[in-house]
Design a binder for this molecule. Structure first.
Ligand code: NAP
Length: 230
């Protein structure tokens, strides 16, 4: 948007996902006269670059988000957060009502089981932990905040992949840590699964393309996936 013009629209995207980044790119290209802002929680130290403006950090609950919408003159709010980011999505619904701003919900639909998938479907992370058989070698594809729950499984070897190095050593008895983003093709994920002699994957049904490569790789190798539903 040129500096000397008032924006015709101000769109706030609640982001932190690949889909939100793609949406920001599309909107910036399609609406050069609009102000496009992506909001990040600030969990990732070096997030991938985004088109348009970026703001970082929590708003301070429903009231804080409603105030931000009002003060920034937001005309449309888009929730493109991760499907397991439940708090911010719930806040967005209430804050949009309070501020009188239309809300567009664009969170992903869950993956559906395909022929060849060997899923052990569970409802909670605790059930996922208990479903792992003894002496398994597990790719634990979960956010760092959930890893500690698996610490009691000292009979299992875990492989954990994280974007940023953890601030504290991981609270897991037997594990390997891989730093990096998930591979975006099944071939890359297959190589990782083979290299670490993985027997099981534990993940949540987050939907979307990026995290799906490991599910396709597991299907190809016939590996069981302990899948936590929404
Ligand atoms: P959450 O539990 O739903 O939110 C916790 C608090 O973090 C919110 O109340 C809000 O603080 C702040 N917050 C969350 N998302 C925000 C955003 N996009 N912009 C500004 N503040 C935000 O969220 P979460 O599960 O921790 O996820 C945080 C972010 O990581 C989200 O942007 C999400 O899309 C992304 N992400 C999450 C996952 C996952 O598995 N949960 C996976 C990949 C990416 P205030 O109440 O102070 O506003």
């Amino acid at each position: 948007m040129p500096n000397d013009q008032q924006p015709t629209e101000t769109i706030l995207i609640l982001g932190g996902t690949k889909e939100a980044a793609n949406l920001a790119k599309e909107l910036v290209a399609a609406k050069p006269e609009a102000r496009i802002i992506t909001s990040l929680a600030g969990r990732t130290k070096e997030p991938a670059p985004l088109d348009g403006e970026v703001r970082t950090g929590g708003f301070g609950g429903i009231e804080g988000l409603a105030r931000y919408l009002h003060e920034t003159g937001v005309t449309r709010l888009i929730d493109a957060t991760h499907p397991f980011a439940r708090q911010i999505s719930a806040n967005a619904i209430e804050a949009a009502k309070l501020a009188g701003v239309p809300l567009d919900i664009r969170t992903r639909t869950p993956w559906a089981k395909q022929p060849g998938d060997n899923w052990i479907e569970v409802e909670t992370l605790e059930q996922a932990r208990d479903a792992i058989p003894p002496r398994a070698r597990v790719l634990l594809a979960l956010g760092s905040q959930h890893i500690g729950l698996f610490a009691t499984r000292d009979d299992v070897h875990f492989v954990v992949r994280m974007i940023d190095p953890p601030e504290q050593p991981l609270d897991l008895p037997d594990h390997a840590l891989i730093l990096g983003r998930p591979g975006d093709t099944p071939a890359v994920e297959t190589m990782l699964l083979i290299a670490h002699s993985i027997t099981h994957i534990v993940c949540r049904n987050s939907g979307g393309k990026t995290a799906y490569a490991k599910i396709e790789a597991a299907r190809e190798l016939g590996l069981p996936v302990v899948m936590v539903g929404r």
